[in-house]
Unconditional design. Structure first.
Length: 428
């Protein structure tokens, strides 16, 4: 349930001979922020905060993170408990609706996801226009935006919102599966609606029209876990993008498509692909982990240890620990030995004992081990960020809905400090 933040405390700001009082907003977990919304009106000043390192862009009741303590909760529930007991469909419901579903609500939600799994037959032709080498993130974002041409309906009633949200959640999975099939030149496999959400995705990825395919329940479980761990992460780059684009009142599909593009970058969701490429590079160049770590510390190069570091977590990323354990379990189950896992574990050990990483509080993040799991499942490297997007979708939707229902919401329009030329005349 959303709680009203308190504003009992005040902060005092003095600029020259003017002093003003600003309210301090305190959230339910005692997170505090100075409300500067009246600053410009009262003083003519704006705040400057490159990278929004200290900016709380909104009040939100979806996800809580304490980066110092390594805590992550969706709607109050610890990520560790959701990872152990929930599945992706239930967690999606929780994020979007704010509460865990009753058995009836769960059945109805599941049923809707099943009913809306197909994409319009005409949309299949769009894939013909993409080169087979196209990155699946580019295809995903284009196809999701294209959905708005098929579903231009307004979202007025709760029923209309619910229907469109279910369509999006279900169809994105099909779009992702088809992107993979396109890249390997295989025929598309229609969804099999007798399967669960994750099993159906695996079926569309690895099934063939000519053969029967039964997803491995352990792989399905591992996929559920990975998607749950990625499902939301409060005001990260892609979610803020979804909110930013949505603040102009454009449609849901366009906002999610923009979020997918933001996620694609190497510093955000694209890191999982880059981690695997780094592991491959280390493996192929002799496996010298120390040499690689020395290279990423070298400030003359712009190379980073991908899958390490986080803007918010300064102690550990709780998702990384869960993924590391799950990675061992999955590889054991599949009977896979992967030299990349050995390299990753050596990298982690070397980095965690290195002053450079300790001083800067850099730890493995969610992307460090997830790629090794995807690889063991047979998912190709260039699809890793698509998997992240599938997982993050309910979070994006929840934030979009929260923003849309917020009566205080205004178009997002940051200010700047201008540093260019002063007025000059055009040469005649
Ligand atoms: N390898 C080497 N040095 C690093 C790394 C890294 N992975 N991450 C940060 N640093 C250094 C950085 O060079 C800087 O050093 P100095 O103070 O000497 O200039 C210091 O640590 C602080 O880094 P920053 O770039 O100011 O930190 P940030 O909060 O702006 O960036 C980050 C956070 C995640 C983008 C960054 O840690 C990074 O680039 N990590 C690698 C990419 C990655 O794994 N991204 C996935 C993040 S988790 C999934 C998601 O939600 O997106």
């Amino acid at each position: 349930m959303t709680q009203t933040p308190t504003t009992a405390q005040k902060a005092t700001l003095t600029v020259g001979d003017q002093t003003i009082e600003l309210p301090v907003i305190t959230g339910t977990e005692n997170e505090r922020g100075v409300d500067i919304s009246s600053l410009r009106k009262e003083t003519g000043l704006v705040t400057v905060d490159p990278g929004y390192v200290n900016t709380g862009s909104t009040l939100s009741s979806i996800t809580f993170i304490d980066g110092e303590k390594g805590i992550l909760r969706y709607r109050g529930y610890p990520i560790e408990q959701l990872a152990e007991h929930s599945n992706f469909v239930e967690t999606s419901y929780l994020l979007i609706h704010g509460e865990l579903p009753t058995s009836e609500q769960y059945e109805r939600f599941r049923q809707r996801l099943r009913m809306h799994s197909m994409i319009h037959e005409d949309m299949k032709h769009f894939y013909d226009g993409f080169p087979s080498s196209a990155h699946p993130m580019a295809i995903l974002s284009a196809m999701v935006c294209s959905l708005s041409t098929y579903y231009p309906e307004a979202m007025e009633s709760e029923e209309e919102v619910d229907l469109l949200v279910c369509r999006l959640l279900s169809k994105v999975r099909t779009i992702a599966g088809y992107s993979y099939k396109k890249s390997v030149g295989q025929p598309f496999v229609y969804p099999n609606n007798s399967l669960s959400y994750c099993a159906n995705f695996l079926y569309m990825m690895f099934g063939l029209p000519t053969e029967s395919y039964e997803p491995d329940p352990e792989v399905e479980k591992a996929l559920n876990l990975l998607l749950i761990l990625h499902a939301d992460h409060e005001q990260n780059c892609s979610t803020s993008t979804v909110r930013m684009v949505g603040s102009s009142q454009t449609n849901l599909f366009a906002c999610i498509s923009a979020g997918i593009c933001a996620l694609w970058g190497a510093l955000h969701g694209g890191a999982n692909q880059r981690v695997l490429e780094q592991l491959q590079y280390i493996d192929e160049s002799g496996g010298d982990v120390e040499k690689f770590v020395a290279a990423v510390k070298d400030k003359t190069s712009d190379q980073r240890l991908m899958g390490f570091g986080h803007r918010v977590y300064r102690n550990h990323d709780p998702r990384a620990k869960i993924i590391k354990d799950a990675c061992h379990r999955l590889l054991n189950h599949l009977g896979v030995t992967d030299s990349y896992l050995d390299i990753a574990m050596r990298l982690e050990e070397v980095a965690l004992n290195d002053e450079y990483f300790v001083e800067r509080k850099l730890y493995p993040n969610v992307d460090f081990y997830s790629g090794i799991m995807y690889r063991a499942m047979g998912i190709p490297t260039n699809m890793f960020t698509v998997m992240f997007a599938l997982g993050r979708l309910p979070g994006w939707i929840a934030h979009w809905l929260e923003m849309r229902d917020d009566s205080q919401n205004r178009i997002h329009r940051p200010r700047q400090i201008y540093t260019g030329e002063q007025l000059r005349n055009y040469p005649t």
